[in-house]
Design a protein around this ligand. Structure first.
Ligand code: MN3
Length: 218
């Protein structure tokens, strides 16, 4: 079975003013769709056809060399955006309340405080030269850490630096296509606004699933 573009759990306009409807629509129907289509094309005829996306990303080196880079880009693009839509939600009491429970404790252990975490995360996103992502990941030692990756790379990939690796539970797209229509060159403003539409319940759920080794995409 090939991968399908996931449906969003909210309308394109539901994240305004943090993320505008036009950006959401183009991002989902054009960019994410293109990664999905090209991933399926790339996997056709390989041993990874019909395998979970996490397995594909963790074993890129086992793909035929001619296909490896394309699947790295498009498989990362498919996974990263699938995660991104799921950790976003329209502004509510839940998004405003911030991280809770075990998630909040893990963040404080890693970064000192929730505010320090946000500062570190924003700096990672703003400091990612060119296109890429900033992440909150669960490390193999059970702690949380803030990382970033270029392009459509992802912390699950063995090809990224060991200190950037882990299971992502929160991520933000800092490609210009994610913010340019509304923010132009003001990436830091986009990153500040991002916090108003983070689905913290989902990030907590992602942490639970990551600890159990379960996929966080469904
Ligand atoms: Mn994108």
């Amino acid at each position: 079975m090939s991968f399908e573009l996931p449906k969003l759990e909210y309308a394109y306009a539901a994240l305004e003013p943090a993320i505008d409807a036009r950006t959401m629509e183009i991002h989902h129907t054009k960019h994410h769709q293109a990664y999905t289509t090209k991933l399926n094309e790339g996997l056709t005829g390989t041993a990874f056809e019909n395998k979970p996306i996490e397995e594909v990303l963790k074993n890129l080196s086992e793909l035929p060399e001619a296909k490896c880079q394309g699947i790295r880009n498009n498989g990362g693009g498919f996974y990263n955006h699938s995660l991104f839509w799921r950790i976003l939600a329209p502004e509510s009491e839940m998004t405003a309340a911030g991280p809770q429970g075990e998630l909040a404790e893990g963040i404080k252990s890693a970064c000192g405080s929730i505010d320090d975490f946000k500062t570190t995360f924003e700096a990672k996103g703003a400091g990612q030269f060119g296109s890429g992502w900033a992440w909150l990941v669960l490390s193999s030692d059970g702690t949380l850490k803030v990382t970033s990756t270029p392009n459509q790379d992802n912390p699950l990939m063995a090809t990224v630096a060991p200190e950037e690796q882990g299971t992502p539970i929160l991520g933000v797209d800092v490609w210009e296509h994610a913010y340019y229509l509304h923010y132009q060159n003001r990436r830091p403003d986009y990153l500040k606004a991002f916090w108003s539409v983070v689905n913290w319940d989902r990030v907590s759920e992602n942490l639970d699933r990551a600890k159990k080794g379960e996929s966080i995409l469904c």
